[in-house]
Unconditional design. Structure first.
Length: 345
């Protein structure tokens, strides 16, 4: 028997939603079906489009709902509508793929029908994939810390941004963290933008000793909030603004104002509650494209840290080739063990 489906008119395109009654978010009861996910994305139209517009976007799919198997998909399926746009990206390995490139809301609805719960866009756009236009500050609580700690660190992030004269746009991660986006001029390479992110993170770490860490290795982080500078490396992505997250209660990565951030809770924002909020407030990131900043101040901080404190580059994730100037990419405890063994030979 053919699968049940409904057809939605989204702009100039028709999007078929198969098995619309399938439960995706069991914690939401009869408001957590696949059709509810699709309708959620249609309700935050301008917001999700602004977050994904012309960025290579990877799809975190759960075809059987968030309690089922996860498919993290960088390549768009070969069987797709003729109107769907793609962009060819190159991975750190040198291989390439054709990724989704969102230019209209129908593409978002089409992806949601595939079980895409979360959208993961690049921080560069199709017109210039080698030069990011977004600095991403990922405030990530470690074991022993929580969302409240992340929000307090975000206050220091705001303080540093204001001293730079920059506008930062915060959002909840949809989990325990906070993300802050800054629009930058697309003049610098991924390694340069990552270097700027390291300098920014180190400045926050200096201002909150004992609360913040930039240590890449988990064994060195302790019960601190980690600022993940590597989210600014090529091919690294985080959940977009307005993306749903793969938890039974359907939380959303929600743009918030700096003023309300200290008092919000992740549970405040779900695919059920967010449409009314969006209808009332619109996209709180609507002004993000108005001003793009130069990262030269941060690159100057990076030079200062290297010159005055001996602080150079930090390790890349393990799937990256060895990068120029990168320190030894091995866990400190393992490095000590190897050194001890060498000394005893």
């Amino acid at each position: 028997m053919p699968s049940p489906y409904v057809e939605l008119e989204v702009g100039q395109h028709t999007v078929k939603v198969t098995n619309p009654e399938k439960v995706y978010f069991p914690g939401l009861g009869d408001q957590g079906r696949k059709i509810d996910l699709v309708n959620y994305y249609l309700s935050v139209d301008d917001g999700i489009l602004r977050a994904l517009w012309e960025r290579p976007t990877y799809l975190q799919r759960f075809p059987d709902g968030v309690d089922g198997e996860e498919v993290y998909q960088k390549r768009v399926p070969a069987h797709r509508p003729e109107w769907l746009e793609t962009v060819r990206v190159t991975f750190p390995s040198g291989r390439h793929a054709d990724a989704l490139c969102v230019t209209h809301l129908a593409a978002v609805a089409w992806a949601a029908n595939l079980g895409t719960v979360t959208f993961h866009p690049w921080h560069a756009r199709r017109a210039d994939l080698d030069h990011p236009d977004e600095l991403r500050i990922d405030i990530d609580p470690q074991p022993g810390t929580d969302f409240a700690d992340a929000k307090r660190v975000a206050g220091t992030v705001r303080e540093v941004l204001e001293e730079l004269g920059w506008a930062g746009f915060p959002k909840t991660s949809g989990g325990r963290g906070v993300h802050v986006y800054v629009r930058i001029e697309p003049r610098w390479t991924f390694p340069e933008v990552r270097r700027a992110a390291i300098a920014f993170a180190r400045e926050v770490e200096r201002r909150r000793p004992g609360d913040v860490t930039t240590a890449w290795w988990k064994e060195e982080r302790g019960a601190n909030v980690f600022i993940d500078y590597n989210q600014n490396a090529r091919d690294r992505t985080i959940a977009s603004a307005y993306s749903a997250r793969a938890r039974p209660t359907g939380p959303v990565s929600a743009p918030v104002t700096w003023e309300e951030l200290p008092d919000v809770d992740t549970a405040d924002f779900t695919i059920v509650s967010m449409p009314d909020r969006f209808a009332a407030l619109g996209d709180l990131h609507a002004a993000i494209n108005k001003v793009a900043y130069s990262i030269e101040p941060l690159l100057e901080w990076a030079e200062r840290d290297k010159r005055d404190k001996g602080l150079g580059d930090m390790p890349y994730p393990p799937n990256y080739p060895k990068m120029p100037g990168e320190p030894m990419r091995v866990q400190p405890s393992r490095a000590k063990r190897v050194t001890s063994e060498d000394a005893s030979d």
